[in-house]
Design a protein around this ligand. Structure first.
Ligand SMILES: NC(=O)c1ccc[n+]([C@@H]2O[C@H](COP(=O)([O-])OP(=O)(O)OC[C@H]3O[C@@H](n4cnc5c(N)ncnc54)[C@H](O)[C@@H]3O)[C@@H](O)[C@H]2O)c1
Ligand SMILES: [Zn+2]
Length: 360
C-alpha cells in the first residue's frame, strides 16, 4: 500500500514516499501560472510520469535546459530567465523543478532571483536529489571552475519525493546517491547504517522506499534546526571537504565524475582523519572503508595531484582563517563539526587513499 509521509513544517511542506506525487497537486492551486523546469532526460523519463499522476494540472510553460554538472552554470540560468520572461511569468507564478540536483540547484536559484523571487517546488527525480539536493534550500551554480560558487539559501514551498521516478535512473546515479545514504548512516543514523552494511547498492531492490524515507527525514531533521549552516548542519559536510575538492579537480580536467564518487573518496579520507583526531569510538574505520570499497571503485588520484587538491580546498567555503575545519566522526552514527585540521594531516589522508588500496 502506498502511504507517503506528509510533513508540514511552517513554510515548507514535504510529501515523502511512494504515492507522494499523486497528492502533489494541492501545492499549485493558489498560483496564477505553473512553469516546469526539466532537462532532456527528465523530459523523456519523468515528464510522462508527472503528467500521468497529475492529469488535471495546467502547466503554462515547460523550460528545458541541458543536463549534467558541466551545465550547472550561469548560461543555463539566463536561458531560464529568458524563457520565464517570454512566457510572461508573473510574481504569482510557481516553478516546478523536475529533475536531479542540477535542476533543483539551478531552478531554485533562478526562481529566487526572477522578479526578486517567485515560489518553487522541488520534485527530485534522482536518488541524490530525493535524499539530499532538493531538501535544505541550498541553490546555485558552479562558476570559474568552482562548485557552487554563486548561489543562495532559499527554501522551496514544497518538496515531493516519490521513488516512482527512479525506475529509469542510470546505474551510476544510483551509486552516486548511495554515497549520501551511507553518509546519513555514519553521521546520525545507526539504524540506517545497519541496513546498508555488507550490502551493494545494486541489491537493494525492495528496500529503496524505506531507505529514501529514512534518509530524507534525516536531512529534514538537520536543516529544520539549522537551515543556514551555523552549527549542526555542518555535520552533513562529512566527506565533502576533501570530496568537493576531488569533484572540482575532475570538473576542471573536463572529466566529470559523479558527486557520490567524489564524496565516497572524501569519506575514505575523512574517516581516516576521524581515526587520527576524534578518538573514533569502537574503531569502525575498517567496516566503513569496506562498505565504501564494496560500492565504489577507487579514483585514479596520484601523489602528484595532492598539491592541486589542497589548493582547491583552500578556496572552499569551509575554510576559516586559513585553517581547515572538518566535520568528522566520533563513532558510528555520531559526527562532530568544526574540527581544525592541519594541512599535513589532510595530505596524509590523501596519501592513505592512494596507498592503501581497496578494503573490500
Ligand atoms: N543543494 C544541495 O543541498 C545539494 C546537495 C547535494 C548535491 N547537490 C548538487 O546536486 C548535483 C548532483 O545531483 P544529481 O546526482 O541528481 O545529478 P543530475 O541532476 O546531474 O542528474 C543525473 C542525471 O540523471 C538524469 N536524470 C534525472 N532524473 C532521471 C530519471 N528519473 N531517470 C533517468 N535519468 C534521470 C539527469 O538528466 C542527469 O543526466 C550536483 O550539482 C551537486 O552539487 C546539491
Ligand atoms: Zn553531497
Amino acid at each position: 500500500m502506498k502511504s507517503p509521509v506528509n510533513l508540514d513544517l511552517g513554510t515548507i511542506a514535504y510529501n515523502i514516499g511512494e504515492g507522494a506525487l499523486e497528492i502533489a497537486g494541492k501545492h499549485f492551486t493558489k498560483f496564477s501560472k505553473c512553469f516546469l523546469l526539466e532537462d532532456e532526460n527528465t523530459e523523456r523519463y519523468c515528464l510522462p510520469v508527472f503528467k500521468k499522476a497529475l492529469p488535471n494540472l495546467k502547466v503554462h510553460g515547460i523550460i528545458r535546459i541541458q543536463s549534467g554538472e558541466v551545465n550547472k552554470n550561469i548560461e543555463q540560468c539566463i536561458i531560464v530567465w529568458e524563457q520565464l520572461t517570454k512566457l510572461k511569468a508573473d510574481r504569482d507564478s510557481i516553478l516546478i523543478n523536475l529533475g536531479g540536483g542540477v535542476i533543483s540547484d539551478i531552478g531554485g536559484f533562478v526562481a529566487a532571483t526572477y522578479k526578486r523571487g517567485i515560489h518553487f517546488v522541488n520534485i527530485p527525480t534522482t536518488l541524490l536529489g530525493q535524499i539530499d539536493a532538493a531538501i535544505g534550500g541550498k541553490t546555485g551554480v558552479d562558476f570559474m571552475g568552482f562548485k557552487n560558487q554563486v548561489g543562495l539559501f532559499i527554501d522551496p514551498m514544497a518538496v515531493v519525493v516519490d521513488p516512482i521516478f527512479l525506475k529509469t535512473l542510470d546505474d551510476i546515479f544510483w551509486q552516486s546517491g548511495f554515497a549520501e545514504l551511507m553518509k546519513y548512516g555514519l553521521i546520525m543514523d545507526r539504524d540506517l547504517w545497519a541496513m546498508l552494511i555488507h550490502r551493494n547498492y545494486k541489491e537493494l531492490d525492495d528496500e529503496w522506499n524505506k531507505l529514501i524515507m529514512k534518509a530524507a527525514k534525516d536531512k529534514i531533521d538537520i536543516v529544520r534546526f539549522d537551515n543556514s549552516e551555523k552549527g549542526i548542519r555542518k555535520i552533513l559536510n562529512f566527506g565533502h571537504t576533501i570530496g568537493h575538492a576531488i569533484e572540482t579537480f575532475y570538473l576542471k580536467k573536463n572529466d566529470a565524475i559523479t558527486h557520490g564518487q567524489a564524496i565516497a573518496a572524501g569519506m575514505i579520507c575523512e574517516t581516516w582523519l576521524s581515526s587520527q583526531l576524534s578518538e573514533l569510538e569502537g574503531s569502525p574505520q575498517c567496516e566503513i572503508w569496506k562498505l565504501i570499497d564494496k560500492n565504489f571503485d577507487r579514483l585514479d588520484i596520484t601523489e602528484e595531484n595532492i598539491s592541486e587538491l589542497l589548493h582547491i580546498m583552500k578556496q572552499d567555503k569551509k575554510i576559516r582563517k586559513g585553517k581547515f575545519r572538518f566535520s568528522l566522526l566520533r563513532r558510528l552514527g555520531k559526527a562532530i563539526h568544526d574540527v581544525e585540521v592541519d594541512d599535513s594531516l589532510v595530505i596524509e589522508s590523501l596519501q592513505f587513499y592512494i596507498q592503501k588500496q581497496n578494503f573490500s
